[in-house]
Design a protein around this ligand. Structure first.
Ligand SMILES: [Fe+2]
Length: 207
């Protein structure tokens, strides 16, 4: 009997309907109209300014619901239940035809998205394994190949519902393809642990 071992897999956590509908609606009401910063790559994508959890009771409540999941997810990454802080949040308003170019999040360890509206299937977040590099790339992708966890270079989020939370390591590349549906609003954030300790060599982070 063969055994196949998935070496060094990357975790992604989805918590369905973590934020109650009433809170989701309050966040939409507060921020949908204030996302006035144009995205550099897409005219149909706007962001709010960077928000702090302490800014209002809605964000504070959202943060309180997210935090236990963040601690749990951080334990997968670092093997310990660490103290985490959400260092920034922002709201993204994606109109029909808009898209989010591929990127990852600097100066952060765990990033997250809370979906505040339904997301049309065309605009489901896509996570990308790797891009480019300085060597030649070989692939075997055609009609007869099947895609699995060891040869796929992308993973597309299944359909999401308002209130769903997704957590992923901040270094993972992701993008949102052109939105063929209606307005899609998300709350994004970055999080850092208070400290990491490698046999007494400790590094601390403050937000
Ligand atoms: Fe992002």
């Amino acid at each position: 009997m063969n055994q196949i071992v998935g070496l060094f897999p990357t975790p992604l956590m989805r918590a369905e309907r973590l934020l109650p509908q009433a809170l989701v609606q309050m966040l939409v009401d507060r921020y949908a109209a204030s996302a006035s910063q144009a995205n550099a790559h897409s005219a149909q994508l706007n962001h709010t300014e960077i928000l702090a959890l302490s800014e209002n009771s809605e964000l504070t409540r959202a943060g309180a619901l997210i935090m236990p999941r963040l601690v749990e997810f951080g334990e997968l990454l670092f093997g310990e239940r660490l103290a985490w802080s959400i260092k920034e949040m922002w709201v993204n308003v994606l109109q029909t035809g808009g898209q989010q170019a591929i990127h990852n999040h600097a100066n952060s360890f765990v990033s997250g998205v809370v979906y505040l509206t339904p997301s049309h299937a065309s605009a489901n977040t896509v996570f990308v394994k790797a891009l480019g590099g300085s060597g030649f790339v070989f692939g075997n992708t055609h009609r007869q190949t099947s895609s699995g966890p060891f040869n796929a270079d992308k993973w597309v989020m299944p359909d999401v519902s308002p209130g769903d939370l997704v957590l992923f390591p901040s270094h993972v590349l992701h993008e949102v393809p052109p939105n063929e549906g209606g307005q899609r609003i998300t709350l994004s954030f970055n999080a850092i642990p208070q400290r990491l300790d490698s046999w007494g060599y400790t590094i601390g982070f403050i937000s």
